[in-house]
Design a protein around this ligand. Structure first.
Ligand code: B3K
Ligand code: ZN
Length: 894
């Protein structure tokens, strides 16, 4: 199928067409018999007519299934009694309520899409969200069909001693031919996307948790036996998450057992199947020797995220896939608050905002932009996006901030109580919040159905005579594919005013003394109109406004700060997030200086104000070291790119490096002193303070290694060789690889070789090793990446390896991916297109995800944009392109 043919075959699905199913499936009894090379799935469905729908047709989903048998109420159906296509089985049942039995044959060993039942190394496992269950058996594979599941699994006892599914184990035993079976029953009704099963030779660790009402829950984490020593952190995180959900949301766990299984081949991070979460090994396994601090934090966050889904997603689920953000946005909000409570709130906020602004803002400005509740899609797998997750989280956060903690909790209590066991919509969520607070959230609803990042242009005026200070705020949201003219959003804008001596007390013109909050230096302005003014009274001096504190809304701010204003905020703002923001803004201005100087052929001089701020920061040992590390890190290239009208990636890369080098040079002594101060090898600890120290130390190291002399090189090598944890070892290796200096490059070669030798049996470490080389910005990147793909450590069927090599090269190696000087290579664009062609046949979900760097072609300057577009056009001609890639390619070219 090329693009013209696909156009007719591909169907767009619209939210407005939603209809309930014609039938419900009350009970689902599965018998799954796994044999080497083939698996037989027998299903018995207890079906009831949905009287609310007229149609009598039962239209079941099914893909890659070989139908062996079909019966209604025990009677075999003749072929004339049903219609079979590649994706469906439909029939008109003779009665309203009946049992439908089918028997199908599937081949998990040949399933490379990693959706449905598939084999990963030594085990069989499933991934059903969003539409994978239909690759296991014929079914109404949609989230509003909720059923009571009983699953009988059988397999060879030696190769698959462990047999798991959702719920509680109700029977097990031996069979003939050295086979055995297990029967699991899940007492909670659920949609098929939450179904899971696992069969394999797995080891596990076990613990228990006593819930708030005194129930004992058995907790098990299953892994390949070699990984058994790396599960403790995930287990501790799980118990913390269970306690936190009881305390913060009043949510108790609802089964006797909670299991996590780690698999190596997995399309994403993890999956919240009821009582049986399945995880990518990268989100479960952790040990100080093999896992960086970021890796530890990811495990904690993902374990919590999947656990929290038990209420936000499983107990209360989505009516249809347009509602995806109902569960994902809310659950990301829950996990980010959990992580903030486990570590530092400001640091977590800085990390989340940097991620959102670099990646989600780019998505929102590109051809795949969509509201957090889209109105249409072709392939739902393409909608597990940063917008649904990260912007969805910000929308829930805005509601939480507008309501305040007590009312938000009342709202979530009402939502859970009212909709437990139901499949609902984002409106139901907002309605609960509106009801408890008495607030009208109608206009707020635009966050759910308009895409794009609002831009707030802010001007101010100070009148010395009346001592009034006025902020005037206009909002504008650029057009996105679904909508060009946007209605104004309801935007909470948290502000403070900074005077010469610090924070000023705030009184809005319509406030009386009784209205004033106890902390009177901070206010949330609710923007609802296209242009709106807010007047502050009794302002003693012209202040510097501290805007969008804690990033109170996912918007862009345009305010004409002078560099001196930014310096004032960087030092005096009481809001930690905004101090960070001021330093980032100042750094952005300096990077702009470099961009402008380079564009006009002038020479670049570093604005000493940035150096001074950095110097002051480096001299304040009492500052939170994790925050310090972030404040001393220049904005990422992706973030800088977001600020440009047209992106010249090479110019951005060069300008950022220039600024970094200039800072490294100007502050060499300061970076050295802080590094020396922190470099002593201390016993490893994973607490927040130790993590903060490592991150500050390694930021200093990366500056010191900018133009390393003998001394710096040996400091770096010493850290590489003597590190007692992966954070320090990897930071040193990264600094070596990234140093633009021949001696360092030689040392890097050796270090890479010895690192591989040391860690070649640790897949997750090898992935980091691959990713680092794929990110290596030295010339010759494409050749290196091609060589990596021939390396024994590479596996073209494993998503983690694909992401490590192809994803890192195309997403995080600007000078090589965009190196268009060699016309044959056309940057990495032709390389990426070729990889997508090869992958698409095996794993369309991963192929479609890899496309994203090319989809942004319109944002780039010529000739980058043209060359990217050519590759997309060629892909569009590709016969047999998957629906996943078809949707992304066609929307990118539209
Ligand atoms: N709900 C899953 C994502 C499933 C993606 C399917 N293509 C993981 C999560 O968000 O928790
Ligand atoms: Zn999720």
């Amino acid at each position: 199928m090329n693009i013209a043919e696909s156009e007719t075959a591909m169907k767009t699905i619209y939210l407005k067409d939603y209809q309930q199913p014609a039938y419900w499936i009350k009970k689902t009894e599965l018998d799954v018999a796994i044999y080497s090379g083939e698996t037989f799935v027998q299903s018995k469905l207890t079906i009831e007519k949905n009287s609310a729908v007229q149609s009598q047709i039962l239209d079941l989903h099914g893909e890659n299934l070989e139908l062996l048998e079909i019966k209604i109420d025990g009677r075999n159906l003749a072929e004339s009694e049903y219609t079979l296509t590649d994706t469906s089985l439909s029939l008109t049942p003779p009665v309203q309520n009946f049992t439908l039995e089918t028997r199908v044959r599937i081949e998990p060993e040949k399933n490379t899409s990693l959706e449905g039942l598939y084999r990963s190394r030594t085990m069989y496992c499933t991934q059903c969200e969003a539409e994978g269950f239909r690759k296991i058996t014929y079914y109404l594979d949609r989230p509003d069909v909720m059923s009571d599941f009983t699953t009988r699994l059988s397999a060879d006892k030696t190769t698959c001693p462990v047999l798991l599914s959702n719920g509680n184990l109700i029977d097990s035993g031996d069979l003939d031919d050295s086979r055995h079976f297990a029967v699991w029953h899940d007492p909670h009704q659920k949609p098929a996307y939450l179904f899971a099963m696992v069969a394999g030779d797995l080891a596990h660790i076990e613990d228990s948790f006593t819930t708030c009402s005194g129930k004992q829950v058995c907790l098990k984490i299953f892994v390949e036996p070699k990984d058994l020593t790396k599960c403790d952190h995930a287990m501790a995180s799980l118990k913390n998450a269970m306690r936190w959900d009881e305390e913060q949301y009043g949510r108790e766990y609802d089964l006797d057992i909670f299991m996590i299984v780690a698999v190596d081949d997995f399309n994403m991070g993890a999956m919240e199947n009821k009582g049986l979460n399945i995880f990518n090994t990268s989100c479960v396994l952790a040990s100080p020797e093999t896992t960086t601090d970021a890796g530890f934090q990811r495990v904690e966050g993902v374990v919590a995220h999947e656990y929290f889904h038990n209420w936000t997603g499983n107990r209360v689920t989505c009516r249809d896939w347009f509602q995806l953000s109902l569960k994902e946005g809310f659950t990301v909000y829950r996990d980010s608050e959990f992580s903030a409570d486990m570590g530092s709130r400001t640091v977590k906020r800085v990390e989340d905002v940097a991620f959102l602004r670099t990646h989600q803002f780019a998505e929102d400005a590109g051809p795949m932009a969509h509201p957090i509740r889209p109105a249409s899609y072709m392939e739902i797998s393409n909608f597990y996006t940063l917008t649904i997750y990260e912007k969805g989280c910000e929308v829930v956060r805005m509601i939480a901030n507008l309501l305040g903690p007590e009312l938000f909790r009342q709202g979530s209590d009402l939502y859970f109580q009212r909709h437990d066991g139901e499949a609902v919509t984002t409106e139901d969520f907002v309605a609960a919040m509106a009801e408890v607070s008495g607030r009208d959230l109608t206009q707020f609803g635009h966050w759910y159905n308009q895409a794009g990042t609002p831009e707030l242009t802010i001007t101010d005026e100070y009148d010395e005579n009346s001592r009034q200070y006025t902020l005037t705020i206009s909002q504008y949201t650029p057009p996105t594919p679904e909508l060009s003219e946007k209605k104004p959003f309801h935007i909470p804008l948290r502000v403070g005013l900074i005077g010469d001596a610090g924070e000023l007390a705030l009184t809005l013109a319509d406030e009386t003394v009784e209205d004033l909050p106890s902390d009177n230096t901070d206010r949330v302005l609710e923007i609802t109109e296209t242009t709106q003014s807010f007047v502050f009274n009794n302002v003693p001096e012209k202040p510097v406004p501290s805007l969008l504190r804690d990033f109170s809304a996912p918007v862009k701010i345009k305010y004409n700060y002078s560099r001196d204003d930014l310096c004032a905020l960087a030092i005096r703002d009481s809001n930690g997030f905004n101090r960070y923001e001021a330093v980032q803004n100042l750094a952005m201005a300096v990077i702009d200086d470099a961009l402008n100087a380079n564009a006009s052929g002038a020479s670049f001089t570093l604005d000493s104000r940035l150096t001074d701020i950095y110097r002051q920061l480096l001299a304040q040992p009492d500052l939170d070291q994790a925050m310090l590390a972030y404040m001393l890190s220049l904005p990422a290239e992706g973030y800088i790119a977001e600020q440009q009208t047209l992106i010249d990636p090479l110019a951005i890369h060069r300008a950022r490096l220039q600024v970094k080098s200039a800072l490294a040079q100007a502050l060499h002594a300061e970076f050295k002193a802080v590094f020396e101060n922190l470099k002593a090898i201390v016993p490893y600890s994973a607490d927040a303070q130790a993590i903060a120290k490592r991150s500050l130390k390694n930021v200093c190291l990366s500056y010191l290694m900018d133009a390393p002399g003998e001394q710096e090189l040996s400091l770096c090598l010493e850290q590489f060789q003597s590190a007692n944890n992966m954070t320090d070892e990897m930071a040193a290796l990264t600094a070596l690889v990234m140093a633009d200096n021949e001696q360092a490059q030689q040392a890097a070669e050796q270090a890479l070789a010895s690192f591989y030798n040391k860690w070649k049996n640790e897949a997750l470490v090898v992935n980091q090793w691959l990713a680092l080389q794929a990110r290596n910005t030295a010339a010759g990147g494409l050749t290196r990446v091609n060589a990596l793909m021939q390396h024994e450590a590479y596996d073209s069927t494993n998503p983690n390896k694909i992401r490590s090599v192809i994803g890192s090269f195309c997403g995080a190696n600007t000078p090589n991916f965009h190196n268009i000087s060699d016309p044959a290579a056309q940057g990495g664009y032709a390389f990426l297109a070729q990889q997508i062609r090869e992958l698409d046949a095996k794993n369309p979900q991963i192929a479609a995800r890899l496309l994203s760097p090319l989809t942004r072609w319109r944002r780039y300057a010529a000739p980058f944009s043209e060359l990217m577009r050519e590759q997309l056009q060629e892909l569009a001609q590709q016969p047999g392109l998957s629906p996943d890639c078809y949707e992304v390619v066609s929307k990118s070219l539209a």
